[in-house]
Write a protein that binds this ligand. Structure first.
Ligand code: FES
Length: 154
């Protein structure tokens, strides 16, 4: 159950996008920035307030790989698995990350710091294989480079 103060904050976010024709995605992104994921109660509340069917709100929240409907770690590592990255070793990238973080795909590390996910093309195929850590994209990944990158966040 969400606290009253949280509803107030959500109202403020929605107020900010009141003038937009299709504010749903912007609202969900901003809410996620605050709580790192979109709890079910929050999605239902947004649905009611915007008078949009709950199925539409859930559909958007689950369609985009950058939106989370479950709690995630402080840093979400997303490995690209689309064809150009696959051909250039994205499976090795995933294996290295699993080993380094001690988690499988879809899991969060025990310390709550890292969540490991896969995603489709990140738009940087020229530097495949690629991954993102939260909003930052990294390419030309090798085992050593992955370790260097993770060290920045540990
Ligand atoms: S296929 Fe991986 S970034 Fe495009």
């Amino acid at each position: 159950m969400i606290e009253l103060a949280v509803y107030k904050e959500i109202d403020e976010v929605m107020e900010k996008y009141r003038e937009e024709k299709t504010p749903l995605l912007s609202i969900l992104q901003e809410i996620q920035k605050k709580w790192r994921y979109l709890p079910g109660d929050v999605l239902e509340y947004v649905s009611q307030k915007l008078d949009i069917p709950s199925s539409t709100v859930w559909g958007v929240a689950t369609f985009y790989s950058f939106l989370e409907t479950k709690p995630v770690g402080e840093y979400v590592v997303r490995v690209c698995r689309s064809a150009p990255c696959h051909v250039n070793g994205s499976l090795d990238v995933l294996k290295t990350l699993q080993k380094e973080l001690g988690v499988k795909e879809g899991e969060t590390s025990r310390d709550g710091k890292f969540t490991l996910e896969t995603t489709s093309c990140l738009g940087v195929c020229g530097v495949a294989p690629a991954m993102m850590v939260n909003d930052v994209t990294y390419g030309n990944l090798s085992e050593d480079r992955i370790r260097e990158i993770l060290a920045l966040y540990r």
